[in-house]
Ligand binder design. Structure first.
Ligand code: ADP
Ligand code: ZN
Ligand code: ZN
Length: 738
């Protein structure tokens, strides 16, 4: 009998599979495609996925090693997700084994069994009472008993510490028979209740048209672009659609951007339906993530809400995919496996033959282009739902106005008026820290990062200079390191400085600064949002964390402190991003009865782009931006890929990219790809970062297919280059940052 070999995908950057000997005492039928195994790899042991078995191998017998352990009894993933992962690996030119690994929850990646963990609960005995003599002289035990009595369905063990209860008190109560313990499966059983837990709102005419168009296509692949202005009721349309899908006993995947909206979306969905909603979000811990993943796979969660990577979640019977805020850049992973979750959602929906809904108030130009060319169905919601109106824009030219910490007098007056009327204000400034530069007035010295081509941001509160690119931190110097002058001054403003100024100007109201520095602590953001939701006058101040998705009914004034950044950046996508950001921030104003106002402070208040955006709206802007892209041959009218490289020395980067360029030119000639250009090598926008030099080659093609053909051959050959060993390199297909 010939020997059995297994072809295994392993978490390594190498773009190939690895053969191993099967374990002799395990029946052949156990090695099904999709089971995980542990194998020796170099001097380590790694977890891989079996793709298939074979009875021939090119590996010399002396080198062949044997599987260490078979982890799964049955394939971990259904064939559909296996296919999706393999498609992803090919399209993004990433190693299949590493793609598998990254598509799985961390615990599965590490080889944990694919079973849902049970949780320990404590319940009170039927006769347990607080005045029981057995706890009379034990205040701690009485306290613990009281807590359990208050939790009618049982107190979870993991809640003990947050309730400041001691494990020893619980043990004593168990001993005395006042408590029972019980291991419960974390999966709730399906409920027999009707799908709806709450009466839905009646859709307005525009919402109804959108809903009807999509619901007619359930059970068929079709892409809908739901372009609805902020507050137009897109989420309400999703909820109506989900109801239909749930009635068909199917599941729904909802992707949301990487922002702190997970819990908010979760509770809105959970309130509406009597079904199990699972959340896959960055704040969910590894164990909960695995539980949610298993629940989706086994059909025990009807709705999954998650960020980017939730796209790879297996489902028993998926009926609809919704991508909320489809334009959001967080759908594109920016390291290692550089996939775009929105684009993969389309692949997945086509494969499952189900519709996908892309929703946004400011759709990406890619999606609008697809709608214009008829590939996507465009559905528009032009008015706000209910009684709310869209806010009025005011461009405030600050060229001749004195600014104090970035705030002009007319803006100050507008804030005063709004607060006096009992309403709330949102001030947007997309830069954290106190000031982006610390400058010496005598010699011109500026704080720069020793490892990056970047200035250090002053963080006054910590008395530190910090690099926002590599995390480098140094103490704020007392005297100028260049000339010892004491004339060191912060130039420009970040949220910390604006906060300081607003606190002086408006001492009578809370100033809530919301950025990465103030929300790092768990619960900090929730506490601030609670204050806002109480509805009393206050000023919210923050970065783009504040811009997206939030619903603040009492905010009527939105102030954009500095809108100039995107008007002259080198990246061809910067104007699109700026337009989206401005409209999203503006969209927080006037979402309830009271009308909203948006003040944009700018040194370029007459810039045609700002004028068009604020007077004619996003679609007018997008039409023009698309025609410029077409004239320049830029995406979506062409397809791009970047070959990025970095190394400690710039020579190593150059050598590698020159070799890559020569190779690309040979391949272009060989495959006769005339409509594909290869530009570079050029330095990356920030040439040195974290102590490494970075440069890149850009490929632009008229056809996606040509680009794929080139990249496939190129990556295969690059791995063999000696210069490739001196540099770290990666391919970014459809890059969104050039
Ligand atoms: P979007 O997702 O487009 O930002 P939402 O679905 O969150 O909009 O709706 C914005 C607000 O309008 C919410 O407070 C929502 O309850 C309300 N709303 C949505 N649809 C309707 C409707 N048909 N009638 C009344 N109010 C609605
Ligand atoms: Zn100096
Ligand atoms: Zn740095």
């Amino acid at each position: 009998m010939s020997e059995l070999y297994l072809r295994v995908a392993l978490p390594t950057p190498l773009r190939r599979l690895f053969d191993y000997r099967a374990l002799a005492d395990i029946p052949v039928s156990a090695w099904q495609p999709g089971v995980r195994v542990k194998v020796p790899f170099g001097s380590r042991e790694v977890v891989g996925v079996v793709l298939h078995t074979t009875d021939t191998t090119e590996v010399p017998v002396s080198k062949l090693r044997t599987i260490t352990e078979l982890i799964d009894e049955k394939p971990l993933l259904p064939p559909s997700v296996m296919q999706l992962i393999s498609w992803t690996s090919q399209y993004y030119q990433h190693s299949l084994g590493d793609t598998f690994s990254r598509a799985l929850p961390v615990l599965l990646r590490q080889g944990e069994p694919a079973v849902a963990q049970k949780k320990l609960f404590y319940t009170a005995a039927t006769d347990a009472q607080l005045d029981d003599v057995r706890v009379k002289n034990a205040p701690r035990q009485r306290q613990a008993l009281q807590a359990v009595l208050q939790h009618k369905r049982g107190l979870a063990h993991e809640q003990l510490s947050s309730l400041e209860l001691q494990k020893s008190s619980i043990d004593a109560l168990l001993e005395k028979g006042l408590l029972h313990k019980e291991w419960r499966s974390v999966h709730q059983p399906p409920s027999n209740l009707p799908v709806l837990a709450q009466m839905p709102l009646a859709l307005n005419a525009e919402q109804k048209v959108a809903f009807d168009s999509i619901s007619q296509q359930l059970g068929r692949f079709k892409v809908f672009l739901l372009a609805g202005v902020t507050g137009s009721g897109k989420t309400e349309v999703y909820l109506h659609l989900i109801e239909q899908v749930l009635n068909k006993k199917q599941q729904v995947l909802v992707l949301i951007p990487e922002i702190n909206l997970g819990p908010q979306t979760f509770s809105r969905f959970q309130q509406r339906f009597n079904v199990r909603v699972a959340l896959l979000h960055s704040e969910v811990n590894d164990r909960e993530r695995l539980n949610a993943w298993l629940a989706a796979r086994d059909g025990q969660a009807e709705i999954v809400i998650g960020t980017r990577s939730a796209l790879f979640t297996p489902f028993k019977n998926l009926g609809l995919i919704i991508i909320d805020e489809e334009h959001d850049a967080s759908y594109k992973q920016q390291e290692a496996l550089r996939y775009h979750a929105r684009d993969l959602a389309l692949v997945r929906a086509r494969q499952a033959d189900i519709p996908v809904v892309l929703g946004s108030a400011t759709p990406s130009l890619e999606s609008l282009h697809n709608a214009n060319s008829g590939r996507y169905a465009l559905l528009r919601l032009n008015t706000r739902a209910g009684t709310a109106k869209l806010p009025q824009f005011k461009r405030l030219d600050v060229r001749s106005l004195p600014l104090d910490s970035g705030i002009s007098m007319p803006l100050q007056k507008a804030i005063e008026r709004t607060l006096a009327a009992g309403q709330q204000v949102l001030v947007f400034l997309n830069r954290r820290g106190f000031s982006p530069v610390l400058l010496c007035n005598d010699c011109g010295w500026m704080g720069k990062c020793r490892d990056c081509d970047a200035r250090l941001t002053l963080h006054q509160r910590y008395n530190e200079l910090r690099c926002h690119h590599c995390g480098h931190v140094e103490k704020r110097p007392l005297a100028c390191p260049g000339c010892e002058s004491l004339q060191l001054h912060p130039v420009g403003e970040g949220t910390e400085r604006a906060e300081e100024r607003l606190q002086i100007l408006f001492a009578q109201v809370p100033i809530l600064r919301i950025d990465r520095d103030t929300t790092a602590r768990k619960g900090a953001l929730d506490a601030m949002l609670n204050t806002v939701n109480q509805g009393k006058p206050c000023i919210l101040l923050g970065t783009q964390m504040l811009a997206k998705g939030h619903h603040f009914p009492r905010v009527t004034l939105v102030a954009i402190l500095n809108a100039d950044g995107g008007l002259f950046s080198a990246d061809f996508r910067s104007s699109e991003r700026m337009a989206q950001l401005i409209l999203q921030v503006a969209g927080r104003a006037g979402r309830a009865q009271d009308p909203g106002e948006v003040i944009i402070q700018s040194h370029l208040a007459d810039h045609p782009l700002l004028v068009q955006l604020t007077e004619q709206g996003y679609f007018a802007f997008a039409e023009q931006a698309l025609s410029e892209r077409r004239a320049a041959g830029l995406p979506p009218y062409s397809y791009m890929a970047l070959l990025r490289a970095e190394a400690v020395s710039s020579i190593q980067v150059d050598n590698f990219l020159q070799d890559a360029l020569a190779l690309s030119e040979q391949l272009l000639a060989h495959y006769q790809l005339q409509q594909l250009e290869c530009l570079g090598p050029v330095a990356a926008p920030m040439e040195r970062r974290a102590g490494r030099y970075r440069a890149q080659l850009l490929f632009i093609a008229h056809k996606r297919k040509d680009l794929q053909q080139l990249l496939h051959a190129l990556c295969f050959n690059l791995e063999l280059l000696p210069s490739a060993r001196q540099a770290r390199w990666s391919v970014d297909v459809d890059p969104i940052d050039l």
